[in-house]
Design a protein around this ligand. Structure first.
Ligand code: ARG
Length: 280
């Protein structure tokens, strides 16, 4: 007879929720400048490989039932593939990025135009440096906002006023994890995974209080960008090299999908960086 109450048979029923994403094909992908420690312009890159890897991610998201729209890539903007940085979209309001580095400045207008053309009525470019979903991640507790390398802490009040949700600042300290989405991923509204060492002691304490049950990543998984993951509440798409993290997620009832985005990692980005969630 099966003992239904055996303690080790705790099964969490996870539920995928259909998402709406915006992506940008890496037609003009290249590493021509260095604005994070991963970018080495002297190393060769392959545009074809970047496109092929990106197509796999796109196909996977569509096959999981998600709606994926694309924005036209613009020549001369090699980082535009990282659509997550283009804006933060909550309740149909788009707060378009203001990039810290002039190299990416030109991307903002493309996003403003795209959102307007799609009929979004509330579209505004951030007043302070704000790198969209690279640093702004929505949870039930509030919008987590990374700072320390890219987004200006002053951009938090602006986001709070526009979205009418609490914004919780988190300070990053390791230059390898310069955006919040390289150090933390939202798995399901109030469940996250993160690499504690990427944060100041104070932010670590805050994360422990907010998410006592979080999945904790180790350095080996963080450096292969395992935290740059996309989750729909059940399916988690993450770099295939993050095997330790994938095992932890499966043990929690998630289904993991490893992807190879090695070409994009040369610019310091992976799965999450390529997908901007359009929250209706
Ligand atoms: N080369 C880009 C930059 O440094 C990579 C952006 C990655 N995007 C992200 N959401 N983390 O800005």
């Amino acid at each position: 007879m099966t003992d239904l109450l055996a303690p080790q048979t705790v099964v969490t029923q996870r539920q995928a929720r259909i998402r709406h994403f915006l992506m940008c094909r890496p037609d003009h992908f290249d590493v021509t400048y260095s604005i994070n420690p991963w970018m080495e312009p002297e190393k060769p890159t392959s545009n074809e490989l970047a496109i092929a890897q990106w197509e796999q991610l796109h196909t996977l998201l569509v096959s999981l039932g998600h709606h994926v729209q694309t924005i036209d890539p613009a020549p001369g903007l090699p980082d535009m593939v990282f659509a997550a940085n283009g804006a933060t979209v909550v309740d149909d309001k788009a707060l378009v990025a203001r990039f810290r580095h002039p190299e990416r400045d030109g991307e903002s207008q493309h996003y403003v135009d795209w959102f307007r053309a799609q009929g979004f009525t509330e579209v505004r470019q951030a007043e302070w440096d704000n790198e969209g979903e690279g640093d702004y991640l929505t949870t039930r507790q509030g919008i987590l906002a990374g700072n320390g390398f890219r987004s200006d802490p002053r951009s938090q009040a602006e986001a709070e006023a526009l979205f009418g949700r609490p914004v919780i600042g988190l300070s990053l300290v390791d230059p390898r994890f310069y955006h919040l989405d390289t150090a933390l991923a939202v798995l399901d509204e109030d469940e996250v995974m993160y690499y504690p060492e990427a944060f100041t002691p104070e932010s670590r304490r805050l994360l422990r209080t907010l998410f006592p049950d979080a999945v904790i990543a180790d350095e080996a998984d963080a450096v292969v960008f395992g935290l740059n993951a996309v989750s729909d509440g059940y399916n988690v798409i993450l770099p295939e090299a993050a095997t330790g993290l994938a095992a932890k997620l499966r043990a929690r009832g998630f289904r993991t999908h490893g992807v190879d985005l090695s070409e994009l990692l040369k610019a310091g980005g992976s799965a999450k960086c390529c997908t901007l969630e359009l929250r209706h």
